[in-house]
Write a protein that binds this ligand. Structure first.
Ligand code: FES
Length: 74
């Protein structure tokens, strides 16, 4: 089983990569999005996507500026 990797893209989405395509994604009501079998997808951080929670590239059109993320290690 491969390791899931989530990358915070600068001024862009959260990129989710799963070599096994097993990541499950649910909305606030517990409804499951069809992500099984997808090796990668991106989650919108800018709220401009017409396909939320997925990124559709709209962050580029609105010149989204994300706040800096500080990585804390444990
Ligand atoms: S982060 Fe890409 S559309 Fe919102």
């Amino acid at each position: 089983m491969g390791q899931v990797k989530i990358t915070v893209r600068k001024n862009g989405p959260l990129r989710v990569e799963d070599p096994d395509g097993l990541v499950e994604l649910f909305d606030a009501d517990g409804n499951k999005y069809d992500t099984v079998g997808k090796l990668a997808f991106s989650l919108c951080r800018c709220a401009a996507s017409a396909n939320r929670p997925f990124c559709d590239g709209s962050h580029n059109k609105i010149a989204f500026q994300a706040p800096d993320c500080v990585i804390k290690t444990v």
